[in-house]
Design a protein around this ligand. Structure first.
Ligand code: SAM
Length: 286
């Protein structure tokens, strides 16, 4: 099959199958061979790797991944793309295409089945409407991961890298930085996709930490605190947590903040990852 990174080849496939783009699935297909090569190189894919690709589309990046990796697991929600993928990927036997919603599939089971539970690499040109749940889900379900290399909206890539005191700082920044080291590999303009998205994009690589940068007794509880803090980011931390459905009182939070020498009126957006970990340890009753 011809290289789908070349626009004319993609157009032929779309025409052959009379394919209609589905906006609700965030379908913007890559049509730039330099970007595709850059993603494979940036992700550091080798012939030992098992790669999970989220949303293969018509198989453009999947072709590159199948050439470079030992095995590729591609999870695509749109059933109309499945017959197209069996055509465009027909020459590769080192792949499996699953017609599933990635948010519902058990990725730990896939890792066990196709990589004997060893760490996988995730590579994707993500559907932008669910970038955050996909990334948080991969980290929080403790999928064995070496790295996640993904195309995201440029602003989202920025959000993943910023620290306290900036308007973009939030639950995503803290989760990404707790579990990984983020690094932008390249910026990608809207013209590299068909159809053109309304936003600019960036490829970011999240290399999983071998050891988390801070220690915390109950990781899940810490992320409940973080989510509650940023769900109501205009409120003081004490008010946000007391109304955040996490079973702590305003007085509990005041006491913990005082122990940490922080003001009773501090907002969540001022706290570092280390401070959220300490707060979590102070508030956690289990
Ligand atoms: N990888 C292709 C490329 O780079 O040209 C397509 C990328 S496109 C931005 C996102 C893809 O994710 C689409 O094929 C879309 O149908 C698929 N997708 C959207 N939501 C999904 C979900 N919940 N689970 C799996 N795939 C999904």
């Amino acid at each position: 099959m011809a290289n789908l990174g070349i626009l004319s080849n993609t157009l032929k496939v779309l025409e052959k199958y009379n394919f209609n783009f589905q906006k609700k699935f965030g379908q913007n297909f890559l049509i730039d061979t330099h970007i595709l090569e850059g993603i494979i190189k940036g992700a550091g894919i080798t012939e030992d790797d098992c790669v999970l690709e989220i949303g293969p589309g018509i198989g453009t990046m999947t072709q590159y991944l199948c050439e470079a990796a030992r095995f590729v697991i591609a999870v695509e929600i749109d059933k109309n793309l499945i017959p197209i993928l069996s055509d465009t990927l027909s020459e590769y036997d080192n792949k499996i295409v699953l017609n599933e919603d990635v948010l519902k599939v058990n990725i730990n089971e896939l890792c066990d089945k196709y990589n004997e539970g060893r760490p996988i690499k995730v590579v994707a040109n993500l559907p932008y409407y669910i970038t955050t749940p996909i990334i948080m889900g991969l980290f929080e379900s403790h999928v064995p991961l070496e790295s996640i290399t993904v195309m995201v909206q440029k602003e989202v890539a920025e959000r993943m890298q910023v620290g306290p005191g900036t308007k973009d700082y939030g639950a995503l920044s803290l989760a990404v930085q707790f579990y990984s080291k983020p690094e932008v590999i390249m910026n990608v303009s809207a013209g590299c996709f068909i159809p053109r998205p309304n936003v600019d994009s960036a490829v970011i690589k999240l290399t999983a930490h071998t050891k988390n940068p801070v220690s915390v007794r109950n990781e899940a509880f810490m992320f409940n605190i973080i989510r509650a803090a940023f769900n109501q980011r205009r409120k003081t931390l004490a008010n946000a947590l007391a109304n955040g459905g996490i079973n702590v009182t305003r007085e509990d939070v005041y006491e913990a903040l005082s122990e940490m020498s922080l003001s009773a009126t501090v907002r969540g957006e001022a706290l570092t990852l280390e401070q959220f970990a300490r707060l979590s340890d102070l508030l956690c009753r289990s």
